[in-house]
Design a protein around this ligand. Structure first.
Ligand code: GDP
Length: 287
């Protein structure tokens, strides 16, 4: 069933193949923003501001729901500047530092830290790889089997911030994964923001709720990122976005009110997420 607020006919799109996937052919493997800026306006919007593109399909009176929540709305110029934080150069090294199975084994890095958490198979490694695509020598472990990523992996982004890839939780993930994630979230002093990944095909699952409850209980500022948005049809994606947005509005305190839909396949939403990370870590002014 189509979600309330969808334009007539959008319900049918739930069964149709996704359109966002076509973007992958639009620009080369380097995914440089200079190339993105050459795209026709509509393609550029789809790629850089996927939420804005989805909004076009909502009924006018449903629009404010998403519109008023576009709190983070940087200019293309700011997004272009954010890219330099993710582009490795001899003077700005982006590198894997170490892994840890326990918090007291975690490297002592003074910079602000952002971490990525999510169920096994949510697309976490793929997303981190996409964020680091301008530093291709950085090796991000992509798990082949659910529950494979068992460690916290720390990546240094020059002198600016640290990014942590947390072990996946949920299906087949042993209890101690939850303990590891929980201890880290509760005790890591320089943890600035947690990015909680939700699969846009299936929406918020039981295991996601456990992570959400953890973030809420520890009063952590966190952000919900919807992964794999090239996969569902546009209708299904809209339905998920509206449902998750409602959940964030009514059931959470610490969650940033704006959702970040992304695809590691088409790179939709990746540039905006980079800009958001550069901004919240205090490295980029967007206004
Ligand atoms: P992790 O276990 O959370 O690290 O998930 P992975 O990054 O290993 O991804 C799990 C599966 O989903 C793999 O088969 C990926 O190729 C696939 N996947 C990840 N991100 C995307 C995406 O944005 N779009 C599509 N279509 N598939 C994705």
């Amino acid at each position: 069933m189509a979600a309330p607020g969808l334009l007539p006919g959008m319900g049918r799109l739930i069964e149709m193949p996704a359109a966002l996937g076509r973007l992958s052919r639009a620009y080369s493997k380097s995914h440089a923003f200079t190339e993105v800026l050459q795209l026709p306006k509509m393609e550029l919007t789809k790629l850089v501001f996927p939420l804005q593109e989805l909004q076009r399909h909502l009924l006018p009176d449903a629009k404010p729901d998403l519109l008023q929540l576009r709190i983070f709305d940087p200019s293309l110029e700011a997004i272009a500047r954010a890219e330099s934080f993710f582009k490795a150069t001899p003077r700005h090294r982006i590198e894997y530092v170490s892994s840890a199975v326990r918090l007291d084994h975690a490297p002592d890095l003074p910079r602000p830290e952002v971490c990525f958490i999510g169920r096994s198979n949510v697309g976490k490694s793929s997303l981190i790889k996409a964020l680091f695509s301008l530093a291709p020598e950085v090796e991000v472990r992509v798990s082949k089997t659910p529950g494979h990523t068992k460690k916290m992996d720390f990546f240094k982004v020059g002198k600016y911030f640290t990014l942590v890839d947390m072990p996946g939780y949920g299906y087949r993930a042993p209890e101690d994964f939850v303990d590891m994630v929980e201890t880290y979230l509760k005790e890591r002093k320089n943890l600035l923001r947690t990015f909680l990944l939700v699969d846009s095909v299936v929406g918020i699952q039981k295991a996601d709720n456990i992570a959400i409850e953890m973030c809420e209980e520890f009063a952590l500022p966190y952000v919900m990122v919807l992964t794999k948005i090239d996969k569902p049809s546009k209708g299904l994606l809209l339905k998920q976005v509206l449902e998750i947005q409602k959940f964030v509005d009514t059931k959470t305190q610490g969650c940033f009110p704006q959702l970040f839909p992304v695809s590691a396949m088409t790179y939709s939403g990746i540039h905006l997420l980079r800009c958001f990370i550069a901004t919240i870590t205090g490295n980029l002014k967007t206004n």
